[in-house]
Design a protein around this ligand. Structure first.
Ligand code: 5GP
Ligand code: ZN
Length: 137
C-alpha cells in the first residue's frame, strides 16, 4: 500500500526505532508513546484490521508478544502492561495497517483502563451465542 505509513516503515522508506524484526513481523517504538517503552508490532504485509488477517500472519504477530513484553518489562522496569489492538475508526484505530500496542504500566501511572460494563441478558446471550457460533461455520 503506497500511502500506508506502516508499509513505508516496513519498507524502510520512513525511519523507526526498530526493536525486533523477523520474516513476517516488525516491532518499533510508538512515536507518540502513552508510556515509556510503548511499542507497536506490525505484520510486514498490509491488512487494515485483525479480522482481515490470514491465520499465519496473526500467528506470527501473536507469537512474538510474550517475548517482546518480557524484554520491554526488563528494559523499562514497568510492573505491568496492556496489549491494545484497535480495529476500525469507531474503535479508535488511526493507522489502517493492523498493529498491536504493548503499553508498559506501573501503579498510579494515571493512564487508566476502565470501561463501563453492562449486564448480560440471558435471552440475548442465548441468541448471541447461536448467531456467533453459526457465523463461524
Ligand atoms: P491506533 O490508534 O491506530 O491504534 O494507533 C496508531 C499508533 O501509531 C499511535 O499510537 C501513533 O502514535 C503511532 N504512529 C503513528 N504514526 C507513526 C509513525 O510514523 N511512527 C511511529 N513509530 N508510530 C506512529
Ligand atoms: Zn500498510
Amino acid at each position: 500500500m503506497a500511502e500506508c505509513i506502516f508499509c513505508k516503515i516496513v519498507a524502510g522508506d520512513i525511519p523507526c526505532h526498530k526493536v525486533y524484526e523477523d520474516d513476517h513481523v516488525l516491532a518499533f517504538l510508538d512515536i507518540g508513546p502513552l508510556s515509556h517503552g510503548h511499542t507497536l508490532i506490525v505484520p510486514k504485509t498490509h491488512h487494515p484490521t485483525l479480522d482481515q488477517v490470514p491465520d499465519d500472519v496473526a500467528a506470527a504477530c501473536g507469537a512474538i508478544v510474550p517475548r517482546l513484553a518480557r524484554a520491554i518489562l526488563r528494559a523499562t522496569g514497568a510492573t505491568a502492561w496492556n496489549l491494545l489492538q484497535n480495529n476500525g475508526p469507531d474503535a479508535g484505530q488511526e493507522v489502517e495497517h493492523v498493529h498491536f500496542h504493548i503499553i508498559p504500566r506501573e501503579s498510579d501511572d494515571n493512564l487508566g483502563f476502565r470501561w463501563h460494563t453492562k449486564s448480560l441478558d440471558s435471552d440475548a446471550a442465548l441468541n448471541l451465542k447461536v448467531a456467533i457460533s453459526d457465523a463461524l461455520r
